[in-house]
Design a binder for this molecule. Structure first.
Ligand SMILES: Cc1cc2nc3c(=O)[nH]c(=O)nc-3n(C[C@H](O)[C@H](O)[C@H](O)COP(=O)(O)OP(=O)(O)OC[C@H]3O[C@@H](n4cnc5c(N)ncnc54)[C@H](O)[C@@H]3O)c2cc1C
Length: 397
């Protein structure tokens, strides 16, 4: 590595801002190709988000990950990088380090032991590749002359290439900052609107009065918003709804949108009602065969009319069936960046080369990972994007 220390400054080939998944992958690849690399990380530990991911076991990829699992103003942008660094590539890296993993469900791969294994692997690979990680680095100023001049509180670094891998805005308590977006603005780049994604939603006051007590109940459901829908569990919380299906749809939700929730996705409740029409059993007790009784009770107290089945005339039970298959919820808001797993939106992909992540109008400047307007679905896709975008950038500078 040809990093040079001078009395006044350090020179290197590549400075990467952020020692998260994308930044470390980029450092490894650029370092392996003989580039002198310095990674500047504001925290005193690397990969803090990796550490808390997947409930501490890091859902590091998804074997089915493809462009359809990503949200972006340009849905084609992610294709090139994803095809050059695939889920089997990251699995190969874990295999090389003897890190055991398993598929939990729906192609989601988790470490058997701990997310720390992935962090240790990345740090070890950085060391092997000669990439230096500087922890506790606070960036004060960045300007571009004939090269990038990066001033931290401790030193000045001159570098031909600058990679912004500072992530999104979610979970500021573990280091998220808006630096990536500030730099994009400084260099005159467009940013698509940013908002929390993979987040719980909160109920309005009236829904909270009815459903707030159900906190802890989880049921399989289909949650739909426009043409997008997800069939997974929803979880009632003391503030609203969460669980995988809600987290997924939240990335598409905008204030004022109404969610349609099928609470009985695997049951044709009309047929069930028809078969019970001669009986005295109350409708809510019929429904309680297919969902937790507390939920059925609440739905029939506040939302659906309950009476014995033999008191429904004609097809008057259809209204109840419709409400159960199409529960309409207009959330008050998202839980916000404090709890969201990702930031939707970011540096507009029109500004970047899809093959290298380099800014088209600013040679040597790159944006990778979550700071870019490419957001994955829940289930390992966000890390896959971080690995793939970091890899392609590291391959070219
Ligand atoms: C609770 C939680 C669980 C998650 N679980 C999963 C999961 O299991 N699977 C999955 O695919 N995705 C998961 N995600 C999303 C995933 O963690 C992110 O999409 C991914 O980490 C993005 O990688 P990145 O390298 O772009 O950004 P980050 O991992 O956020 O890394 C950015 C780095 O830049 C540093 N930084 C920020 N600002 C500055 C600055 N001013 N100066 C210097 N350094 C700075 C940060 O400290 C951080 O270390 C989860 C997210 C959360 C919050």
């Amino acid at each position: 590595m040809q990093r040079k220390r001078n009395i006044n400054h350090i020179t290197c080939d590549v400075v990467i801002i952020g020692a998260g998944a994308a930044g470390l992958m980029c450092a490894i690849e650029a370092g392996k190709r003989g580039r002198s690399v310095i990674v500047l990380e504001r925290n005193f530990k690397v990969g803090k988000k990796i550490r808390i991911s997947g409930g501490g076991r890091c859902n590091f990829t998804n074997i089915h990950s493809g462009p359809e699992n990503f949200i972006s103003n340009n849905p084609h942008f992610c294709k090139s990088a994803l095809s050059r660094y695939t889920p089997s590539d990251i699995c190969g890296l874990l295999d090389k380090h003897d890190i055991a993993y398993h598929e939990k469900k729906l192609g989601q791969l988790f470490c058997n032991k701990s997310a720390q294994d992935v962090i240790d692997m990345l740090v070890e690979e950085c060391e092997e590749a000669g990439a230096e990680i500087c922890l506790g680095s606070n960036i004060v100023k960045i300007v571009k002359g004939h090269v990038f001049c990066i001033d931290t509180e401790k030193e000045r670094i001159l570098s031909e290439n600058l990679v912004v891998a500072s992530g999104g805005l979610s979970v500021p308590t573990i280091g998220a900052t808006g630096l990536g977006y500030e730099l994009a603005r400084q260099f005159g780049l467009k940013i698509t609107e940013t908002r929390p994604g993979l987040s719980g939603v909160t109920f309005t006051k009236s829904d909270l009065d009815v459903f707030g007590e159900l906190s802890g109940i989880s049921v399989l459901a289909i949650v739909k918003l426009g043409k997008d829908s997800f069939k997974e569990n929803i979880l009632f919380t003391h503030r609203g709804l969460s669980g995988p299906a809600i987290l997924q749809i939240s990335s598409y939700w905008k204030r004022g949108d109404r969610l349609e929730i099928d609470l009985l996705p695997d049951v044709n409740i009309i047929e069930v009602f028809e078969s019970e029409l001669k009986n005295k059993v109350e409708m809510k007790n019929v429904v309680a065969r297919y969902m937790p009784k507390r939920l059925a009770d609440r739905l029939f107290d506040g939302y659906v009319v309950n009476k014995p089945m033999n008191r429904y005339f004609g097809r008057s039970f259809e209204d109840a069936a419709k409400k159960l298959h199409r529960w309409l919820v207009k959330p008050r808001d998202l839980e916000g960046y404090g709890k969201a797993e990702v930031t939707v939106g970011g540096v507009d992909t029109v500004e970047l080369s899809s093959k290298t992540m380099e800014v088209k109008k600013e040679k040597g400047l790159y944006f990778i990972g979550e700071v870019v307007d490419v957001t994955g679905h829940l289930g390992g896709h966000n890390f896959q994007w971080a690995w793939a975008s970091g890899y392609v950038a590291g391959q070219c500078m």
